[in-house]
Design a binder for this molecule. Structure first.
Ligand code: PMV
Length: 308
């Protein structure tokens, strides 16, 4: 049997503007992960068991654009495996779907790694990342590539679309509380709506994206110098710019202000927005109190994670 696991992720700064070439910061969230087991099967066919999404099927009964089927077909095409071996594939994931935690990219990365190792087709991290980006493009339109990158490398990433990946140093580990609105919001839609705004007034929105990019750059400097107050303030500024892009929602705004009032140093939505998750930067001893306030204000779930 061959196994592989990939973490969730959150975007700390720069979502949406990153699609237009500006920098963004993202970090892995190891508390949630996607796990894949691949084993030879005595039954003919490729049998997929993914209980979290209620999927129990043979590969050929799935439409070829099904997210899991497309990973398997594309990987076998790339590795030139023919005929397909008989396999049992088990996929489990505790990463909430469509909430900005990278569930799709994590399943793709874990599945590509487990399958390729099982058939002795060696893939470097660069190849896994490029493969996962192609799969993201199939399902998400015009993704920047930040999700597959941070999940493949499982490290903090300073990401600029089309450029070599850079990680950054965390001078002083810091604590983030993630609050889930429980509202599932497809990233493709919010990215599409931001694109419409941009198409209608490129000068205006490029100025906004420039500001977001400058915040991401400054945030990297704050993290590298361990300046947490500055970092919190930058989160607040980034959230305001995301609101102007229509990426927020009443539920996200509520959780963001609840976190600030409960003592967070700063808070913002994270990822595509409209629903999904928000994040709050907190002193470690405030993390539990902020998480509790978020739950009382309607968050469906919270995760406390340390970035180091
Ligand atoms: O919703 P998520 O976490 O998959 O993040 C989307 C981030 C965007 O910048 C909005 C889109 C992208 O492809 O980078």
């Amino acid at each position: 049997m061959t196994t592989s696991s990939a973490p969730g992720k959150i975007i700390l700064f720069g979502e949406h503007a990153v699609v237009y070439g500006h920098p963004a910061l993202a970090v892995p969230v190891t508390q949630v992960h996607a796990d894949v087991e691949v084993a030879d099967s005595s039954r003919t066919g490729i049998w997929i068991d993914a209980p979290d999404v209620n999927l129990h099927a043979e590969l050929n009964t799935l439409p070829s654009d099904h997210p899991i089927a497309s990973v398997i077909h594309n990987l076998f095409f790339l590795s030139r495996v023919s005929p397909f071996p008989s396999l049992n594939i088990k996929i489990t994931s505790k990463i909430p779907v469509a909430s900005g935690l990278g569930s799709g990219a994590a399943v793709t990365v874990a599945l590509a790694r487990a399958l390729s190792m099982h058939i002795n087709y060696a893939m470097t991290d660069e190849q896994v990342n490029a493969f996962a980006y192609e799969i993201e493009k199939l399902h998400h339109g015009t993704p920047s590539g930040i999700d597959n990158t941070v999940i493949t490398y499982a490290k903090p990433v300073y990401f600029v679309k089309g450029q070599a990946i850079e990680t950054f140093q965390v001078a002083k580990p810091f604590t983030i509380v993630i609050g889930d609105t429980g509202i599932s919001a497809p990233t493709k839609e919010s990215v599409g709506d931001v694109r419409k705004l941009w198409e209608a007034d490129k000068t205006k929105w490029e100025d906004v994206f420039d500001k977001v990019g400058a915040i991401a750059q400054e945030a990297r400097n704050s993290i590298e110098r361990g300046k947490m107050k500055e970092l919190g303030e930058l989160m607040n500024q980034n959230h305001a710019l995301l609101q102007s892009m229509t990426a927020s929602s009443p539920e996200l705004d509520k959780l963001v202000s609840v976190a600030r009032n409960a003592g967070a140093l700063g808070a913002k939505l994270s990822g595509g927005g409209r629903g999904g998750n928000m994040i709050a930067l907190v002193e470690p001893n405030q993390a539990e109190a902020v998480a509790k306030s978020l739950l009382e204000a309607g968050a469906k779930n919270t995760i406390i994670t340390q970035v180091s």
